[in-house]
Design a protein around this ligand. Structure first.
Ligand code: FEO
Length: 396
């Protein structure tokens, strides 16, 4: 990816990772980018680096603008290795005594990632760094999504460098939101929120409130992944508010696995009835849908139904996987229900209920258990379950 001047003296110098398909367990079917930014002012400043292995391309991009040795300052908005992995090579190139500005937690976390003693300069929340004609303001964004996370705001150009916030795992040559398909972009942004930020929703609402209170004018949001928001930055901010609030919609996700298609038949019956009741319902077979896609659908669903066969007196392993993943992300305001077939012991439904209750879901009843293969009575029970879920959801 060639460097691009996104504002006078401000360059995008990051790289594209076209081939990554698994980002620590998150499915990245469109690849991703590791964005970094160079501000050429009296003090030449680099904001963030890239994942280890991509440093040559980053340095070459910088070199097309200015000799990397002329970089005076580095800002590290986030310690996670996809943004800091390139720091040792960059510092070696530009001079290891150059200051690296980071949050207080960034100072601790960077020193625990890289033991070679960089000149880490902790900045206070809302402190400013004058770099010549331009000024950077640092906003602590602790736990959005690591303890060290911060945003940097370039006052004169009204650009918010938002680290992982507002990011998307979306590899494109195009650098701006108005140059790509809006539906694809918003899906990738939603998927990013659901899988990386969902559990921090209360903090995100506070943070957005704080940014509004500060009256920061934002013309462009530049995250560390994906494209930059310049067409209407308010739109993605409002989307974050909506996703964080998790107001239930008349939508249901029916997540299941199956051994001999009995639980699958139950899932399909439930989906059909939900549809008849005016609920946007979607079956998601766990071995056909990646967990990160399932959570993306869960984000704005009002109901989550989970089906599992009983295997060895327990849950089917893939069902345990998705329940564990979902529980960690702390979705809120959901109606829940369980179903599943069994041969002789039938513990799965009870175990699912226990997990859904632990997540604070509102269970519509004790769920539907069917021995071996569903018959007419079993399908009636599924119908009844689906109708209870539909009745518990708000009208559209
Ligand atoms: Fe893109 Fe939390 O790193």
């Amino acid at each position: 990816m060639k460097p691009l001047e996104i504002a006078p003296g401000v360059y995008s110098v990051g790289v594209i990772d076209w081939n990554i398909r698994d980002f620590h367990g998150y499915s990245t079917y469109l690849g991703t980018t590791y964005n970094a930014f160079l501000i050429v002012d009296e003090k030449v400043t680099l904001i963030d680096t890239v994942k280890k292995g991509f440093e040559d391309e980053l340095l070459e991009n910088i070199n097309q603008i200015i000799d990397p040795k002329k970089i005076d300052y580095v800002v590290s908005n986030h310690t996670e290795m996809d943004h800091s992995g390139g720091l040792p090579r960059v510092m070696h190139k530009i001079g290891e005594d150059k200051p690296v500005f980071c949050s207080k937690m960034g100072q601790k976390n960077l020193s625990k990632h890289f033991r070679q003693g960089f000149n880490l300069q902790a900045v206070d929340n809302l402190s400013e760094l004058n770099i010549g004609k331009k000024t950077l303001t640092f906003l602590e964004t602790r736990m959005v999504h690591w303890p060290d996370s911060m945003f940097s705001y370039l006052k004169e150009d009204r650009i918010l460098f938002s680290s992982d916030g507002f990011g998307q795992h979306y590899a494109t040559l195009e650098r701006f939101d108005d140059q790509v398909d809006e539906g694809d972009l918003m899906y990738q942004a939603k998927k990013y929120y659901a899988n990386i930020l969902l559990l921090y929703s209360p903090l995100i609402l506070k943070l957005i409130g704080k940014v509004q209170e500060l009256g920061l004018e934002i013309e462009m949001i530049c995250p560390d992944h994906g494209v930059f928001w310049r067409k209407d930055p308010g739109k993605i901010i409002q989307a974050y508010v909506d996703w964080a609030e998790q107001k239930p919609k008349r939508k249901a996700v029916v997540i299941y696995d199956t051994m001999w298609h009995s639980t699958e038949q139950m899932a399909e019956k439930i989906v059909d009835i939900l549809g008849e009741e005016g609920v946007r319902a979607k079956p998601m077979h766990i071995r056909s849908c990646h967990r990160s896609e399932i959570i993306t659908e869960v984000l704005d669903a009002g109901a989550v139904l989970v089906g599992s066969p009983t295997l060895n007196n327990g849950l089917f392993p893939t069902v345990s996987d998705i329940l564990t993943y979902m529980k960690g992300l702390k979705p809120k305001n959901k109606v829940g229900a369980a179903f599943g077939s069994y041969g002789w012991s039938g513990e799965a439904v009870k175990l699912i209920n226990r997990e859904l209750e632990a997540m604070g879901f509102n269970l519509v009843d004790e769920g539907v258990r069917v021995q071996y293969v569903p018959d007419g009575d079993a399908f009636e029970a599924c119908e009844s379950l689906a109708k209870k879920v539909a009745a518990a959801l708000p009208a559209e």
